[in-house]
Design a protein. Structure first.
Length: 343
């Protein structure tokens, strides 16, 4: 298993502004808060309206890391910089991200673009809303998202009352045990229409930090949610161009099962990876050729809410290594990995 795939920094910056009319089906999800769904809709749009810079903490497994996060929009493009300030320093930069690009998770939070359910994420999470804590000096509304099945985690989100920026999120197990918590400690907000509000962070330009050991440019392949005809809970297929059996002939593969609500994205850098999201969490499935001597078996490593699960399988008379990495319980990853088949 490649521990390097356990990303130490999770992108947790969302966004919102305009609140469109929401079609609500009480017969399907009447036990969820309409206000919570509307606030999630706003959150999915907040990044296009507010530039920000702040300091945040990421806590998991008794370890705390300090992050510096900066987002700046100029014209129709946004640049985001995320710097890890503790431990082995690292920096990730996403430059010139087009404002017109809507990421799959945000799309699933926008009810008017519903992917198969007018309830949106409320079809898979029971949503409640209440007054939240004060985070980075700003008042919040709290959304509690309890999963409706055993295949995903619970989430508690603290969202800024004024701007709908996500300021704090805690991921929990089904029995309420915290796995991971991200929150801003200080935050400076600047309206893209030049109305500035500060809450304790320096607003000076600081795209790079001294002493950063490595800086990575975030890749940005096409990553729209597949259309309704292709986006089914059974997943999609992708060619595997590697040499070696069963990949040598460019055979296609897919997981025959993913949890309801997880839709495939087009964020496939090569035929060895498929990615799924339900709007709250995501996971990727990797397929690699195995060695002739490799025996079927499994292994798992978890850091906070991120799991890396690897399983050796025999497909087309050859051994392959299937890896599931994402924010799902181990039993979910196991079922997904076991369901991988050649087409």
């Amino acid at each position: 298993m490649h521990r390097s795939r356990l990303h130490p920094i999770r992108a947790l910056v969302y966004g919102a502004c305009l609140l469109p009319t929401v079609v609500w089906a009480t017969s399907d999800c009447e036990d969820s808060s309409t206000g919570a769904l509307q606030l999630l809709e706003r959150m999915s749009r907040a990044g296009t309206m507010v530039n920000h810079q702040g300091m945040a903490t990421l806590q998991r497994d008794g370890d705390m890391r300090v992050l510096k996060i900066r987002r700046n929009t100029e014209g129709d493009a946004t640049t985001e910089t995320l710097t890890l300030l503790t431990g082995q320093t690292a920096q990730v930069v996403r430059s010139a991200h087009p404002e017109s690009c809507v990421h799959p998770g945000h799309t699933l939070l926008r009810l008017q673009q519903g992917q198969g359910s007018v309830c949106g994420v409320a079809a898979y999470y029971r949503l409640a809303m209440e007054s939240g804590d004060r985070v980075a000096g700003r008042m919040t509304q709290r959304i509690i998202a309890q999963p409706r099945d055993m295949y995903r985690y619970a989430h508690v989100l603290e969202i800024d009352e004024e701007t709908a920026q996500l300021l704090k999120v805690t991921t929990l197990t089904a029995d309420g045990r915290p796995l991971e918590q991200f929150q801003y400690a200080s935050l400076a907000l600047e309206d893209t229409r030049d109305t500035e509000r500060e809450t304790g962070a320096d607003t000076a330009d600081a795209d790079t930090s001294p002493g950063v050991a490595s800086s990575h440019a975030a890749a940005h392949p096409g990553n729209d949610v597949e259309g309704a005809d292709a986006a089914t809970s059974s997943g999609t297929s992708a060619a595997v161009p590697q040499t070696g059996s069963p990949q040598e002939a460019g055979m296609e593969w897919k997981p025959e099962w993913v949890p309801d609500g997880f839709l495939p994205t087009r964020a496939i850098e090569n035929g060895n990876r498929q990615t799924y999201t339900d709007g709250m969490a995501s996971f990727s499935v990797f397929l690699e050729p195995g060695s002739i001597s490799m025996q079927p078996g499994e292994g798992a490593v978890r850091e906070g809410s991120t799991l890396a699960y690897t399983r050796g399988l025999r497909l087309a008379d050859s051994m392959v290594l299937v890896t599931v990495i994402g924010e799902v319980p181990v039993n979910t990853a196991r079922i997904v990995a076991d369901s991988v088949r050649l087409r």
